[in-house]
Write a protein that binds this ligand. Structure first.
Ligand code: ZN
Length: 414
């Protein structure tokens, strides 16, 4: 990996970086769409690439079960298998294993789970996770970590954090033995739950292994924890992680969350939200989400967004047409998915431009003004951005919405 910081914001901790991987350059910050089963639901790889997307995510757990390593090896890796020529990141399989398998037992050796197809007890070790990811051939591969829900408290959180450090060492050893280090880049995953002290300890241990890892992820968040705790942990991690390594916040996808994370120093994020919500008929726009299933769109001949360059909007597909087919015809899912991915790319692309041009704080203020209008801003976003020198309100008298703050938006539409 070639990694270069190109510009930094004078106010916040945001930055623009150039990351060159085996399958080309990806400019950071970036949002990575999720192709769980080696396919972005509803789109062909050519369509995804034509939207300007240069880095997507596949799930190791799913690809290991189906089609399996034998087929992937025969195909020459997941890039060939799915016809994707740009960069690819795989998770380690740990998260799905814990969230999807009814039976999972974590031991020091690895995670013991029952195969969802055969019911057979199966062990996923750190070494195996890495060698599966070698067969997949992703440009960025993730360490196997001991994942606990962000709502877990007590000694289990410390145990999982410490085990994640030990498993990182085993992943490093497996990776360095393989000779894949020139083509594939291993990321460590910082754990420690919502406990600042555990996070510090994990950061210290993982930063000490910097020469052996290409980048760092912040894991164990976006699991229903308080947003006020979420941003503080992101900030704490992003502040300490080395400047010459990319920083990846796992499971972050709402536009306001993305921008706050970027302001706190995050370079990469992924989430199924934009593509999943598209299939439920929700189009994301700079004026907030639009639920196309609602009757009020049935007679509108306007596109989702006049100014959007996506194929759906530039061909002026009407809201009425989308209302007519969305969640009923697969073409509706295609149309809204393309739009939502372009929206995500624009939110983050405009952030990159603003950082380069020294006007990122203004971009944040304008984005929030357009997106939330007079409904008021999520309080946690205001607090998080104030902590890096940006006052979203700046003399304006707006209500602050406590809690996640986004609920009024996304629960109405999703
Ligand atoms: Zn569009």
């Amino acid at each position: 990996m070639q990694f270069e910081v190109i510009a930094t914001c004078n106010t916040t901790r945001a930055r623009v970086c150039r990351m060159k991987l085996t399958h080309g350059v990806t400019m950071l910050p970036t949002f990575m769409p999720v192709a769980t089963q080696a396919a972005i639901k509803g789109l062909t790889p050519e369509q995804v690439e034509s939207l300007g997307i240069t880095l997507i995510l596949n799930n190791t757990y799913h690809l290991n079960l189906r089609p399996g390593i034998k087929i992937l090896d025969e195909a020459g890796g997941a890039h060939n298998f799915q016809g994707w020529n740009r960069n690819l990141l795989t998770d380690s399989g740990g998260f799905q294993l814990v969230s999807l398998s009814k039976f999972t037992k974590i031991t020091e050796e690895g995670a013991l789970f029952s195969s969802p197809f055969t019911g057979e007890p199966t062990m996923l070790t750190p070494e195996e996770s890495i060698s599966i990811q070698h067969s997949i051939g992703a440009d960025i591969i993730m360490q196997l970590d001991d994942v606990v829900s962000s709502l877990t408290v007590g000694p289990r959180v410390a145990e999982a954090m410490e085990r994640s450090v030990r498993w990182l060492d085993r992943c490093i050893e497996q990776h360095e033995r393989s000779g894949q280090r020139d083509r594939q880049n291993l990321f460590a995953i910082v754990q420690g739950g919502l406990d600042a002290e555990l996070r510090d300890r994990c950061l210290q241990a993982m930063i000490a292994r910097k020469d052996h890892v290409a980048g760092y992820a912040i894991g164990g968040l976006s699991g229903g924890e308080e947003k006020d705790v979420f941003w503080r942990i992101i900030k704490q991690c992003a502040e300490q992680l080395p400047a010459d390594r990319p920083r990846y916040a796992m499971g972050v996808g709402f536009a306001e969350d993305l921008l706050v994370c970027v302001a706190l120093g995050v370079d990469m994020a992924d989430c199924v939200f934009p593509t999943r919500t598209a299939r439920f008929g929700v189009a994301l726009t700079f004026k907030g989400p639009l639920n196309l299933r609602l009757r009020k769109h049935a007679e509108s001949i306007e596109p989702i967004d006049e100014n959007c360059p996506c194929p759906t909007c530039s061909s002026r597909t009407s809201r009425a047409m989308l209302h007519h087919i969305v969640t009923i015809e697969t073409a509706g899912a295609h149309a809204v998915t393309q739009h939502n991915l372009v929206f995500q790319a624009q939110v983050i692309g405009r952030a990159r431009d603003a950082i380069m041009e020294g006007r990122f704080p203004d971009y944040l203020r304008t984005f929030f003004e357009n997106y939330f209008g007079d409904h008021g801003y999520p309080e946690w976003c205001v607090d998080a951005l104030r902590s890096v020198g940006v006052d979203l309100l700046e003399g304006r008298d707006l209500p602050l919405i406590p809690g996640s703050g986004a609920k009024w938006e996304y629960s109405d539409v999703a």
